[in-house]
Design a protein around this ligand. Sequence first.
Ligand code: NAG
Ligand code: NAG
Ligand code: NAG
Ligand code: NAG
Ligand code: NAG
Ligand code: NAG
Length: 626
Amino acid sequence: MVKRLILLTYFSLCVGSLNAVLYDCVSGLPVNSTQLRIYEQRNNTEICTVDVKPCDPEEWQRVDGSCNNLKYPSRGTHRTPSSRVLPLDFSPNYEPRKASDGGDLELVRKLRTDLLSSGKVSEMKLTQLVSYYLLFSIADVVAIHDITNYVMKITYCCTPEGKKDYRCTPIKVPVHDPVHRFSGISCMNLTRPQTFQTFGCLDNGTDFVRVAFQTPLFDLSNTYNFKPGFSDRIRTFKNGLLKIETAENGYLFPESDPNSTECYLNQRPQETRCHKYVLNGVLGSNFLNIHFYRQHNKIAEELGKLNPSWNDDRLFFTARNINIAISLQILLYELLPIILGKKNLIRDGIICEDGGFRDVYDENIPPQMSDEYVYVNRWYHVIQEATMKFYDKDGHFVKTYPMVNATAHTGLFAIDDNFVYITQGSFRQPSGAFDFVIDSDMGNRILDGAQRASDVGSSDLAKGRYFGFPPYIKYKEFCTKRSYKEFSDLKDSFSPERLYRIMQNYKSPSDIDLMGGLWGEKYVKGGMVPETLYCLVVEQLKRTIASDRYWFERSKRPHAFTKDQLKAIRKVTIASVLCWVGDHVTEIQPKSFRTISSKNPLVKCSSSRIGKLDLSAWKDSETCKQ
Ligand SMILES: *[C@@H]1O[C@H](CO)[C@@H](O)[C@H](O)[C@H]1NC(C)=O
Ligand SMILES: *[C@@H]1O[C@H](CO)[C@@H](O)[C@H](O)[C@H]1NC(C)=O
Ligand SMILES: *[C@@H]1O[C@H](CO)[C@@H](O)[C@H](O)[C@H]1NC(C)=O
Ligand SMILES: *[C@@H]1O[C@H](CO)[C@@H](O)[C@H](O)[C@H]1NC(C)=O
Ligand SMILES: *[C@@H]1O[C@H](CO)[C@@H](O)[C@H](O)[C@H]1NC(C)=O
Ligand SMILES: *[C@@H]1O[C@H](CO)[C@@H](O)[C@H](O)[C@H]1NC(C)=O
């Protein structure tokens, strides 16, 4: 079973087709016969290459991401290498860099427990939906295969055998750890990040290049399945619809594979549901994926009524085009302005004020995600409120439920009214605060059910070192164009207390880990996130907007929206989505990322304050056009 899961995760279906060209994932060029022979000898052709059927410049956006960039057709598919904002910084043999005095950097678990407090602080202005949506959007561009690796595959990293395995990078727990001095646990499992070297696509000893297993595009990879050929498995090929099932409790979910081992926290025999082709994973992204999956069908159904002559393909791709646009409209125009600052985003060209089109496409920028972007998003682990509050459909509190128990636990959604409870809780419960306090569950038992002890913050720090990120101040220099030599140079970006805390743990500013710095840094003016996080996120979003040929705000792209269609997309909010496809959501606050208040009260879904997707702009004036 485990083997099957791993195969499913790592290998795409190789659909041989006429005229398809085999591209080398690493170089992004057609693979030459010399290279192909090497891959064949190593038996890794399937993982190091990707088959791309010839591109038609006018075709719909492909689900597998190919042909996004016409010069480099394989860039945009899964296994496109990630990019780097700053060059690698490693010790020999790709071991973590040393401290400036030549010694080892402080233990990550010691840093985590010193730099982040553990406990509970709430952000009374924002709801749980904020962290759910952030997770959903990041899961679109990064896969959790590193976790799968040490939870299911290389499970001996804390044993003597692990000491001999290069792939093992266990986390050492200090003797005086505030928690584990009582538990007796002295080591937590972790494995080295997987790279093209891991799979033999690059020779050992060459520069670390990370493999991204999702498409490096915001294209709802997990809703539609990004693996070449896999989206065919979720389509009904009738009326543009996806396969959807009515679960035990009467609610709608993607197709289930009761034999799947992915949902390892399902409590059998009652809980058997586990998505077959749609991501299971952590709660926030699983929750929203289900909603966007359902929403696809709602859109396709309505489009079909408006345009009875449209065929399956046209309905499917139009609905997907709209669904992706909605997901980005909510991310860029509703969520990010709250946490990154609306004025900042307008100034930096991430959102446009006038609501119109923008065409900043540059085909010389390949679609890629930076390792830094993916990494700094881990900072949001501090805003996770891990004690979920369940509410019934009328808004009465039912019970609490630990979020870590809901990871890889899709079966939970399909029994009783749990999915209703989680949905109601998502917009009624406040989020965790944007601060330096981490929920104890995140810091001690994030992988409960799979590991005895696990600390997401320590893993985040450790991964930063094994990714070879240069020290925090190098990023600070990149962002501000100033130089930082002494701790005192950082005094504008840290409170005296946070700087003092940093100095207790790092001997020199050039020792500070990227994440360690973010944990203490002041927030960007007008926003709620560390300055350097803001900078690295904006760096990525700018490139994404310029490199995605199918970006929803372009007027010059295949099947571009009309002005009226884009206007219709702009009216949709997360509240509209939950009202439309949420179970028993009959009232909600219009700004659902913000908590319920007198200015943002619960209103009926039918209220004019809740934006609705009006598809009339998609009605074809010419009848019977295919
Ligand atoms: C074949 O491709 C590899 C990797 O892209 C490249 O390093 C090599 O120079 C190419 N060889 C020939 C003969 O073109
Ligand atoms: C080659 O890899 C495939 C999986 O991609 C595996 O099924 C097969 O057994 C391997 N063959 C050899 C000779 O190792
Ligand atoms: C790289 O090293 C790993 C073990 O560390 C080994 O399994 C793999 O075959 C090596 N790859 C190549 C291409 O030599
Ligand atoms: C699950 O496994 C059982 C036993 O191997 C098999 O009979 C059944 O058909 C499988 N179900 C699905 C949906 O694959
Ligand atoms: C959560 O998981 C832990 C351990 O895996 C278990 O002891 C506990 O009972 C679970 N809690 C709930 C509410 O299911
Ligand atoms: C590390 O993994 C092993 C094997 O799965 C497990 O027995 C051990 O409890 C894990 N360590 C911790 C601290 O969870």
